[in-house]
Design a binder for this molecule. Structure first.
Ligand code: CAA
Length: 380
């Protein structure tokens, strides 16, 4: 089912049309095999990059496509409906370009056309084995030595770990807490940056995260993004926008699961009728559709606040929380609609169910989203 959309420009309609073509022609036919075999789709990301989809919400003057965030998120939604790992890759790359875009000095910003041009992939290194939700407690250290910072520590759950061309490293240059954190932008081929083997994940196997060990990696001091001590603020602001990307991925995945389940319910006959004619199935589909529409509305509202330059942290947390919980419920119910057929890999719904789970965890667990929302209520 094609979702009826209201977009701000004719160009945006064309962009979504192009995205649908790429999703149907390049993504959908390959997703199941790559997910089964755990092969990272670098060539598909090159195609996506050449189509201009790796720099969508950044200004054209910086090498981006100058699209509003609400349009970019709808592109992600379409990609996620065909192959979640690709949509997540686009989202993480877009997140990884934020620090230089928002905080880079004039010389660093000159690299933006390269970062956004479609050939390079970025990674965002915040989480650590001992510090995930409590990001301000991170312990990867960068010590100034002449014209370099020498970085030691381990980052965890890094999307594009081992595949990225550049890494945003959030590291401690000062004392404890958020005020001691800085952001460095390092090239992937920096000696001492050592990506580990990909994790053996439940889903998203074509783009499994990896740990990155920093073993006295020397990063030129001129690659410090912003001042020393503003790294935590950079990380949080980047995540505000990134969480909307994850919400869009969730909506796309849920929509795909609903469409598949509804198609099955129209075809599958039991007791002499298509099973969708039974209220037990029909009402389940109706609830799935309603929740998806609500999730899409939440995320588009947050995106429009962002596009208008208004605060959107809380709305982004609500969208991420709600949309990813919806994706989990909808993919669970999609399996139920298919019955036993939903539990085997002949149909994609069991994969989508496994993939939905990670969306409740990445870029801030849904418990962290509730913390962000509740603090705004209790602390004002
Ligand atoms: N925007 C700007 N500044 C922000 C901010 C935001 N959204 N959130 C917090 N800050 C600022 C605060 O204003 C405060 O600044 P001052 O000290 O100047 O007042 C400072 O940051 C510290 O804020 P808090 O006291 O709220 O910090 P906290 O330690 O209580 O943590 C938290 C807040 C929301 C729990 C945060 O730690 C958090 O979001 N945790 C989850 C981390 C997360 O999402 N990790 C996933 C990373 S994804 C990854 O690494 C893998 C990948 O491949 C993408």
């Amino acid at each position: 089912m094609t979702v009826e959309r209201i977009l701000p420009t004719d160009e945006a309609y064309e962009l979504l049309g192009l995205t649908r073509e790429i999703a149907a022609g390049e993504l959908a036919p390959r997703a199941a095999r790559h997910e089964h075999e755990g092969i990272f789709p670098r060539d598909v990301l090159r195609t996506i990059g050449r189509a201009g989809l790796l720099g969508l919400p950044y200004p054209e003057a910086d090498g981006g496509a100058g699209q509003p965030y609400e349009v970019y998120l709808q592109v992600l939604e379409i990609l996620a409906g065909s192959w979640l790992a690709i949509a997540e890759s686009v989202s993480v790359h877009t997140l990884s370009c934020y620090p230089v875009f928002a905080y880079g000095n004039e010389r660093q910003r000159k690299s933006l056309p390269d970062l956004l041009g479609g050939d390079l992939l970025g990674a965002y290194c915040l989480s650590e084995p001992q510090g995930g939700s409590d990001a301000a407690a991170l312990s990867t250290r960068a010590v100034r030595d002449g014209d370099d910072y020498v970085v030691t520590g381990t980052k965890a759950w890094i999307t594009h770990g081992g595949q990225a061309d550049f890494y945003n490293i959030f590291c401690r240059t000062g004392g404890p807490g958020p005020a001691g954190i800085s952001c460095l932008l390092a090239d992937a081929d920096t000696p001492g940056i050592l990506p580990q083997a990909p994790e053996r994940t439940m889903g998203l196997r074509s783009s499994a995260p990896a740990q990155i060990v920093f073993d006295d990696a020397r990063v030129p001091a001129e690659r410090l993004v912003g001042d020393e001590g503003v790294g935590f603020r950079i990380a949080m602001q980047a995540l505000d926008a990134g969480r909307l990307g994850i919400a869009a991925c969730a909506v796309g995945l849920a929509q795909a699961a609903l469409d598949y389940a509804a198609g099955y319910a129209r075809e599958r006959v039991q007791f002499g009728r298509a099973i969708g004619e039974f209220q037990g199935i029909g009402f389940m589909l109706a609830d799935m559709a309603t929740e998806i529409s609500a999730a899409r509305a939440l995320l588009l509202h947050a995106a429009r606040l962002k596009d208008a330059g208004r605060p959107f942290t809380i709305e982004a947390a609500k969208a991420k929380l709600f949309a990813t919980d919806v994706a989990m419920r909808v993919t669970t119910d999609a399996i139920q609609v298919l019955g036993g057929a939903g539990y085997v890999s002949d149909h994609p719904v069991e994969r989508w169910f496994r993939e939905a789970k990670v969306l409740q965890i990445v870029e801030g667990t849904n418990q962290i989203q509730r913390l962000v929302i509740s603090r705004s209520l209790t602390r004002g």
